[in-house]
Design a protein around this ligand. Structure first.
Ligand code: BTN
Length: 257
């Protein structure tokens, strides 16, 4: 049975187990839940990642949460929310680990080349009304996992707060820190625009100057050197023939020889 509490002014819906906190958050948002409402689960049976991938959700070891936001920005600016959220999570993790955090466009947070967190932002149906919609920001952070808690095929590519610090971290406190930081950075985004966010984001750009591959939504494979996101948050990639590509979405990875 879920229980419902109001903490620091914003409601939190907690579940021991759930299919996906994003699914629940979308239901709540459709029902009128206020901006800042959080959904947190100890375990997800259908944790969703980007591009239809599964998010591995070991019971009680990770932070699995979603935050409903209703920012007063035009709907075409909604894709930028993923970058705002990624930066926010990285800033929170910076306070907990000594190693530098990096952002891999558009939604991954890395430490030393290994993924520690991911963001899946899902929006309400587009209505064209400024501020009328919502976005659900789904955040998955590897918190107290040891290496053997991850599937074998992921072990070389992932890390957790526990692996980075040698200490267990409170998942609840982490949720509140993440929510506070996301709401704070969204406030900056709404009041001052995207450029102050981007300036911080660019300092943490994991792909910048690296050779990478991307399969875009049309299924076209692009290989080239990452130039970082432009002022709209779209990744630019310069291919071997000198042609610049704009990548709006897609599976982005470092190129293999
Ligand atoms: C990614 O890196 O592909 C994004 C992963 C996002 C996972 C989180 S866990 C909480 C929330 N609920 C979901 O079903 N997914 C997000």
């Amino acid at each position: 049975m879920p229980f419902f509490i109001i903490t620091a002014m914003y409601p939190v819906h907690r579940f021991q187990a759930i299919d996906s906190t994003n699914i629940k958050a979308k239901e709540l948002a459709d029902g009128g839940a206020v901006s800042g409402t959080g959904v947190i689960a100890g375990y997800q049976t259908k944790g969703r990642g980007r591009l239809g991938k599964q998010w591995h959700s070991v019971a009680g070891k990770g932070l699995f949460c979603s935050i409903i936001v209703r920012p007063d920005v035009p709907l075409e600016d909604y894709p930028k929310i993923t970058l705002v959220a990624g930066l926010s999570v990285a800033l929170v993790l910076d306070r907990l680990v000594t190693a530098a955090t990096f952002l891999k466009w558009p939604n991954d947070i890395h430490i030393a080349g290994k993924k520690i967190a991911g963001i899946l932002t899902e929006s309400s149906p587009l209505t064209g009304n400024r501020g009328a919609g919502y976005a659900v920001i789904g955040v998955g952070i590897n918190v107290n996992q040891d290496l053997e808690d991850f599937p074998l095929d992921l072990r070389g590519n992932v890390t957790s707060l526990f692996l980075e610090t040698g200490r267990e971290c409170g998942v609840d406190e982490l949720f509140f820190d993440v929510r506070r930081e996301i709401l704070k950075q969204l406030q900056v985004f709404c009041a001052d625009g995207f450029l102050p966010i981007l300036a911080q984001w660019r300092k943490k750009d994991f792909l910048l100057g690296k050779e990478m591959e991307c399969v875009n939504r049309q299924g076209k494979k692009i290989r080239g050197i990452a130039q970082g996101p432009d002022d709209d948050g779209q990744l630019h990639v310069l291919d071997g023939s000198g042609r610049m590509h704009e990548v709006l979405s897609g599976d982005v990875r470092l190129a293999t020889r």
